[in-house]
Design a protein around this ligand. Structure first.
Ligand SMILES: [Zn+2]
Length: 89
């Protein structure tokens, strides 16, 4: 049985190949690339990552009272933006 995964950005459902899994470790949200970390995970489309951060979606995804540390996710976004910039040039 596969659990239904839905993106915390757009709320649409998708398979494990479309969605990236994130877990909360010591108050910090990190990518769970092998998708095996235990505990509560949140799923997001790569394109919805910014939306999820802007909406503070991680707060409710992990049932927290305040926004967790998303530094790693923001770094990931910056890397992606740099890559896009390079393609444009
Ligand atoms: Zn999405």
């Amino acid at each position: 049985m596969n659990p239904i995964r839905s993106c915390i950005g757009c709320r649409k459902t998708g398979g494990p190949s479309e969605l990236m899994r994130m877990v909360l470790v010591d108050g910090k949200v990190i990518f769970d690339q092998p998708q095996i970390a235990p505990g509560r995970g949140a799923w997001v489309h790569r394109k919805c990552l910014k939306l999820a951060i802007d909406r503070q979606a991680f707060k409710w995804a992990f049932r927290l009272s305040s926004m967790p540390d998303v530094t790693d996710l923001q770094k990931e976004l910056l890397t992606e933006m740099d890559a896009k910039d390079m393609k444009l040039k």
